[in-house]
Design a protein around this ligand. Structure first.
Ligand SMILES: Cc1cc2nc3c(=O)[nH]c(=O)nc-3n(C[C@H](O)[C@H](O)[C@H](O)COP(=O)(O)OP(=O)(O)OC[C@H]3O[C@@H](n4cnc5c(N)ncnc54)[C@H](O)[C@@H]3O)c2cc1C
Length: 382
């Protein structure tokens, strides 16, 4: 069989390549970045039993994944702006949503692929339909290839998506600004204590500080602001000190233990304007091409996107393996499950963003957590 052509070596594209490999099917992944280490793959990811963990089992990588888990990272707490604890749920060790570093998970997938599977420094510039399910990909270096099975795993700004749909991502009205404190237990003990052992949420309508403890005493925060894109664009992020001061001004009167995550960030603050595809984004079958992950169902960050991308990749590989010689049947089966799942997840992600930064903050999120923990306790699951 000719290799499945995958654009994008994110978690979704790599899981697809790996599960194809497990089934003895070849794949080639074209990735824009120059190398595996070209960009820091920051952040902790909760890997859920219902999606990310299923994908890792299909990939035959569940045991090595378990070795990457950051113990204690499942704790969550909600604080008020003065740092008083409104909710505190310790990590009970049952492991339903274990946390790992995104970069370590990506490395695990990369190392599990045959040498040469990922072609680094190959940025797709354009793709043309040749008919009969064939597509020609042209890269920014001028090289081109033709394929009979193309998968766009190229994220939010997918260059493959226009073959299937006119949809483009729209600004969701909120921005997350990345900050880090290193060695925080020693250098910023009050902040380290406020964040606790896992995730910490502190918010009022329109603004929030969401932090995660990472291994080695690192605190990683997303400073959430519900503001127009122009408001964010007016901040000079090239001047880190001025940007920190401008953002911190939005949290005037908040406890210094919390605002330290902004004012003392060891890294320059990086704005991530949240964009989304329409909820329920889908397309009619086009021969020889499909999408997975963010390229298919980009939604606000709510702890699901990477998990879904991995499950999409695993299920697409399984569908291809189950329909030898019938690519269209494989893609139809995959999309019939992926579309409704992506729609439900996107609707849930918009709801969570609203609970975090909307007018009900923080009480809507407290109710949400209370409901989730009650359901979990009732079902006896971890
Ligand atoms: C602030 C923030 C926090 C998040 N937190 C979480 C979380 O805690 N848990 C969770 O599950 N999800 C989280 N997400 C969502 C998650 O990051 C994405 O849903 C997930 O990365 C999607 O995976 P993917 O493989 O579809 O795409 P991506 O991870 O975006 O990978 C796409 C790949 O394609 C490559 N590419 C792009 N264009 C081209 C091109 N033209 N040619 C070749 N290669 C190309 C890119 O370089 C990249 O390597 C978060 C997102 C944000 C913005």
């Amino acid at each position: 069989m000719t290799p499945v052509t995958i654009v994008g070596a994110g978690l979704g594209g790599l899981t697809l390549a790996r599960v194809l490999h497990v089934h003895g099917l070849p794949a080639i992944v074209y990735e824009a970045e120059a190398s595996a280490g070209a960009r820091t793959q920051g952040g902790m990811l909760d890997i859920h039993e219902r999606d990310g963990q299923l994908a890792l089992k299909a990939a035959g990588l569940f045991d090595p994944f378990r070795a990457l888990i950051h113990a204690g990272g499942e704790a969550s707490r909600v604080l008020d702006p003065q740092g008083a604890v409104l909710m505190d749920q310790p990590d009970d060790g049952t492991g339903g949503r274990p946390e790992v570093l995104r970069g370590e998970l990506r490395r695990l997938l990369l190392d599990s692929l045959p040498a040469g599977t990922v072609q680094w420094g190959r940025k797709l510039a354009r793709v043309a339909a040749l008919g009969d399910g064939q597509h020609e990909l042209t890269f920014t270096d001028g090289a081109s290839v033709t394929t009979g099975l193309l998968v766009g795993a190229d994220g939010a700004w997918s260059k493959v998506r226009p073959l299937l749909s006119d949809a483009t991502p729209a600004y969701a009205g909120a921005t997350f600004i990345d900050t880090y404190l290193f060695d925080a237990d020693a250098r910023y003990p009050a902040t380290a204590q406020a964040v606790g052992g896992g995730g910490m949420f502190a918010m009022t309508p329109g603004r929030g500080i969401f932090a995660h403890r990472e291994p080695g005493g690192t605190l990683h925060a997303y400073i959430g602001l519900r503001r127009p894109a122009e408001w964010i664009a007016a901040i000079d992020f090239g001047d880190a000190a001025a940007a920190k001061a401008r953002i911190a001004a939005e949290f005037d009167g908040w406890a210094p233990a919390l605002t330290t995550l902004i004012t003392h960030s060891d890294t320059p603050p990086v704005p991530r304007l949240l964009h989304t595809l329409p909820i329920g984004h889908r397309w009619s079958r086009v021969p020889g091409v499909t999408l997975l992950g963010d390229a298919a169902h980009l939604a606000p960050p709510a702890g699901e996107g990477a998990n879904l991308a991995m499950l999409d990749g695993a299920e697409l590989a399984q569908a291809i393996a189950a329909h030898p010689g019938d690519i269209e049947a494989a893609l139809a089966v995959y999309e019939s499950v992926m579309f409704p799942r992506g729609a439900v997840a996107a609707a849930g992600a918009h709801r969570i963003l609203d609970l975090c930064l909307g007018d009900s903050a923080p009480f809507g999120l407290l109710d949400f957590f209370a409901g989730a923990f009650a359901r979990r306790d009732a079902s006896g699951e971890g």
